[in-house]
Structure formats: C-alpha cells, structure tokens
Design a protein around this ligand. Structure first.
Ligand code: PHE
Length: 413
C-alpha cells in the first residue's frame, strides 16, 4: 500500500522496500524550530553561537542526505545497527533523513570552512515518552587547524588562556585522560598534537557548558557546576568522549565529541589538518534550562506556549493547566517476529500525532505451542491544549487498532 513515489521538500523520489517515512514525520520537515525567533530551540542556538563568535554559523542544510553522507563518510561499518530501517527514516535505499548533524562534516570541511557550527533538525525512529520525539535538533561544532609546530603552539596558547578563565569560574570538572589504551590517539597523529587537540576540545566545551548552565544546575554561590567527562566511542572520532552535567541529583548526558578521524578529513580534501568535533542535543538542554516538562511542547503552536518566550532570554516555562491523561490498552499477536517496536510507535504517532504522550509495552510473551509473540501495549493520550473527551480517545484508539492490523498485520487478542 505504499505509493510509487513520494514528495519530500519539493522533490519527488521513487519509493522502494526501504521507504518508511510517515506523513506525520514529513509534516515536520518544514517547521525549522531552530530558525523561529523567540522559540527556545532558536534562543539556545543563538546562545551557543555567541560563544563561538569566530565560527561560521550554518543552519540551512537539507535534512535529506544519502546513507553515504550519514554513515559511510564517517567510517560507520557496513553492518552498523544505526543503518537499519528500524532505526532511521528512509525515503528509499539511497535517500534518508539525517540521524545526526555529523552527516555534513565532510561536505562542510570540503568547502574550506575550518571552524563552524551547524544547527539542524535530525530524525530517529524511537520510543514514545516525555523525552523522546522522532525529530529533534542538534548542533555540531568543529574546529580544524594546521599541524605544523607553530600552529600547534598557537592552539596551546589558546588553551592556556581558556584554562585561566575557567580557573576563575565556579566549575568542578571530573576529567578523564585525554587518551588511553581503550580510547587511543590515531596512528597518524603524534602524541603532542593529539593531546593538545583533546585538551582544546575539553576547554572549549567546559567553558560553553559553564555559560549555559551556571546558575541553573548548581553553580549558585557555593555550589559549583559539576561537569563529568567520560570515555566514549564513535566511529568517526578517536579519542572520543561524552560529557555529563549534574542536575537535580542526576548526571545528564549532554553531548558527544572527539578528535575527528583523519579519514573524514582525507575525504574532505583537508588531509593536512586535524581537529575536533562535538554534537549536542538542543531539546535535552532546553528542557532543563526552561523547565519544559514534555518534549512535544516544542512543537506546540499554542500561544500559551509560544508567547511565554522572548528571543535571547531564558525564563522558566510556566505550565498551563495540565489536562487529564486517558489510557487504552491493546493486546495482539505479532504477524511475524521481525516486527520491530519502532514500527508500532510510528503507527501510533502517525494516527495520534502529538495527542500521544507515552507508549509502554506492559506485557510480552511467546506462546509455548504456536511460538507466536504477543504484546500488550498501553497508550497514554493527553493534549496540552484541551481536555480530550472519551469518545475522541475511542476514535483514536480504534484508528490505531485498525492501522496496526492493516500496516503490520497484527491480530488483536
Ligand atoms: N553525532 C554524534 C551523535 O549524534 C555526536 C558526535 C558529534 C560525536 C561529533 C562526536 C563528534 O551522537
């Protein structure tokens, strides 16, 4: 029941057995929240941009990329799980929605831009709850430089300056080694330049996080802002790190980063440079800074949401009355064992849009004799704008049920 072609941002593409883009996702492509003045995502973007004034600030790259851009150009192995249609939105085998802003690294470096920030919408098939949404926004930042002795010395001097500024800030950093056996320097890099690159990355990001979080997450008079660096793995950086910020008693993952893999720079035609890159999720940070309780709110067109914000200012969101939630359970037999949970979430999202708040799989079992798989799913419906009446929820739920039958061939129990 898939049409033979689909239109995405003014272009027509043939469909194939990879096509899994839904109308509900398609409708998000033109929203560009990061370019909507006054929107929290846009204010946060400006704030990060103002921290890197000498970087190019990019924000208009199309979300449609090739799997080559999204994966191969970044050295993802051929069998990486991120490539699966269960995890990413494909237009067809050769065109997809970017799953991260890193998809544009080669393209931007090859334009000769050495210091840049890119803000963009990214798309991932995922579960449904208050902090997961299939579209979100990332900012990628990168800086590359020449590798001759005097260029490396310049980076070292910049590090000294940043170190002095941070020493005067109320920040407590739990650091991790720049490199280790499990998080190595690249073979083409000498120790000194790899170390100074990692160090520069850490200093630049620590000072960014201080700018964003001081005054919100601790960092009041006596309490310092607590930042923790952890060894990580990405196919396109080495060494790699994740950074967490301590907020309301919990460590929150804020960003991923590392020293750019030399093969990325080779592909971009800048083999003689080296440098670092990071990618941060804007919704995560905005939810903390603005006290926004549910990720769906960013997509609200209700004046009660939008009118609360002024561009460039971060003020706590004042929740307007929460309407009661309404839940419905469905139990069904899967038509085959390769039906993925994300297929279920996409069908529900496509029917109910932003009226679905949470989907939880509350029971799962395999029938002893028939080996069929059963799921019981609880869907929580709730609107931010109004109270949903029972009949309306029933209509939504009936539509979900019939769509699950049609699209996924499930048998209701
Ligand atoms: N693209 C990575 C992600 O989405 C983050 C990242 C960016 C990591 C740049 C390293 C360097 O998780």
């Amino acid at each position: 029941n898939t049409p033979s072609s689909i239109r995405v941002l003014e272009e027509t593409y043939p469909t194939d057995d990879y096509t899994n883009l839904t109308p509900s996702i398609l409708s998000k492509l033109s929203r560009r929240l990061h370019a909507q003045k006054g929107h929290p995502i846009s204010t946060l973007r400006s704030l990060v941009e103002s921290h890197f004034p000498d970087f190019s600030h990019l924000s208009s790259l199309s979300p449609v990329v090739t799997p080559y851009q999204n994966f191969d150009s970044l050295s993802f192995p051929a069998d990486h799980p991120g490539r699966a249609k269960t995890d990413s939105y494909y237009i067809n085998k050769n065109a997809m929605l970017r799953t991260h802003t890193s998809a544009h690294e080669v393209e931007i470096f090859s334009r000769g831009i050495e210091r840049w920030l890119l803000t963009a919408d990214v798309y991932r098939r995922d579960e449904i709850d208050a902090s997961h949404y299939p579209v979100f926004h990332q900012m990628e930042g990168a800086k590359i430089f020449d590798t001759d002795a005097s260029s490396i010395e310049r980076v070292e001097r910049e590090c000294q300056l940043l170190e002095r500024q941070l020493a005067a800030s109320n920040i407590a950093i739990e650091d991790v080694q720049h490199m280790s056996e499990t998080n190595p320097a690249q073979t083409s890099h000498d120790m000194r330049s790899s170390e100074v690159t990692a160090k520069n990355l850490k200093l630049c990001l620590n000072s960014l996080l201080y700018k964003l979080f001081a005054g919100v997450a601790g960092a009041t008079k006596d309490d310092p802002l607590r930042v923790r660096w952890i060894e990580a793995y990405f196919p396109f950086t080495s060494p790699s790190f994740e950074v967490e910020v301590f907020f309301r008693g919990k460590w929150l993952e804020i960003l991923g980063c590392g020293v750019v893999l030399q093969s990325t720079l080779d592909r971009a035609g800048v083999a003689n440079k080296m440098g670092w890159a990071f990618g941060l999720g804007l919704e995560r940070i905005a939810m903390i800074l603005y006290s926004i309780p549910d990720i769906r709110l960013f997509w609200s067109e209700d004046a009660r949401f939008l009118s609360q914000f002024t561009h460039g200012k971060i003020d706590a969101f004042k929740p307007y009355s929460r309407y009661p939630p309404s839940h419905r359970d469905i139990s069904f037999w899967k038509s085959s064992s390769d039906m993925h949970d994300n297929d279920l979430y996409d069908v529900i999202r496509d029917v109910a849009g932003d009226l679905v708040e949470d989907v939880a799989i509350i029971d799962r079992f395999t029938h002893q004799k028939t080996q069929r798989h059963s799921l019981t799913v609880r869907v929580i419906y709730r609107s931010f704008d109004r109270s949903l009446v029972n009949e309306e929820v029933n209509v939504l739920q009936n539509r979900v049920v019939s769509r699950l039958r049609e699209r996924l061939g499930v048998e209701i129990r």
